[in-house]
Design a protein. Structure first.
Length: 305
């Protein structure tokens, strides 16, 4: 296959691993920044054209029709990245995480709604309209309270308010800045730990437990969290796969936490990093992803016209 990876940082570990494995399996792979693309719709062929500009001074070039696309772009590139994905889908390419699924996962509130609708347990959460009193919104939640901006990754945009008064102050500040945030009950019994499940297709291919440092409620690696290899129970695997399906994703990093109510899905990441979990678990996740892309491509090729 002629594969395209959409990513702004081709030197990242995840990008390099995926490119290495793809080439080992006889594929070619380009890594391009979706923000350097120009999308064109036309009455004449090609109806869905994509031009790429390597630099501000360079002349744009028409991109070929890739057979498969791997989206690995960050939060800041979500809108343009998904628009590029739609263009390639219209050209007939298969995508390992299609644009609508990607958008669902990137909106933290919508993803929680969809998970709950699918019967997947999530922490008690709330979203208040701009005219709803911050004080009354916080009053509907337990204290301490987590506040999360609707977009964000690596623990950025996640705040812990130990007291209700602090939560009100933070929420009022965010509202004044036109930043929409959701409220979530802090699950103290999780003890600053979560379980990352890496789902590819309909299987959990790797897992690890992350533990936040002393005084840090976030277990993210980028916030100093530590990781250890674990073996998931059948129930944990089932929940992770169900959460991935609920959002329509092919690949996902599903974060679980233990609570008094049982296992809860904290978040579903549509572009999970490979470095920490590959090194912790010893699993070749990049190979699992490329093989899933191959299966999806061959399945698409067998469909009748």
């Amino acid at each position: 296959m002629n594969i395209l990876m959409l990513c702004r940082e081709p030197r990242l570990y995840s990008c390099q691993r995926l490119k290495e494995v793809a080439e080992q399996r006889g594929h070619t792979m380009d890594i391009l920044d979706p923000n350097r693309c120009l999308l064109k719709l036309s009455a004449n062929a090609p109806h869905f054209a994509i031009y790429y500009q390597d630099s501000a001074q360079a002349s744009p070039r028409l991109l070929p029709q890739y057979e498969a696309v791997l989206p690995r772009f960050g939060i800041a590139s979500t809108q343009m990245g998904c628009a590029v994905l739609r263009h390639f889908t219209a050209q007939g390419a298969v995508c390992l995480n299609e644009d609508q699924a990607f958008l669902r996962a990137r909106d933290k509130w919508q993803s929680l709604q969809l998970l709950q609708q699918a019967g997947v347990a999530v922490p008690s959460s709330g979203l208040a309209g701009c005219e709803f009193s911050a004080k009354q919104a916080v009053a509907q939640m337990d204290s301490p309270t987590i506040l999360k901006t609707l977009t964000g990754s690596q623990g950025i945009g996640v705040m812990l308010a130990e007291k209700a008064q602090s939560a009100v102050s933070i929420l009022e500040t965010l509202k004044e800045a036109n930043v929409v945030a959701l409220l979530q009950d802090f699950v103290s019994e999780a003890e600053n730990a979560d379980i990352r499940c890496f789902v590819v297709g309909e299987a959990v291919v790797a897992s690890m437990q992350r533990q936040g440092q002393q005084g840090e409620f976030r277990a993210n690696f980028h916030r100093g969290g530590l990781a250890e290899k674990i073996t998931l129970t059948p129930l944990q695997q089932s929940i992770a796969i169900q959460a991935t399906k609920a959002l329509g994703l092919d690949v996902a990093g599903v974060d679980l936490i233990r609570s008094e109510q049982g296992l809860l899905v904290l978040e579903v990441n549509a572009s999970p990093g490979l470095e920490l979990i590959e090194k912790t678990s010893g699993v070749d996740i990049a190979l699992a992803m490329i093989m899933q892309l191959e299966r999806k491509y061959h399945h698409a090729m067998k469909k009748p016209c």
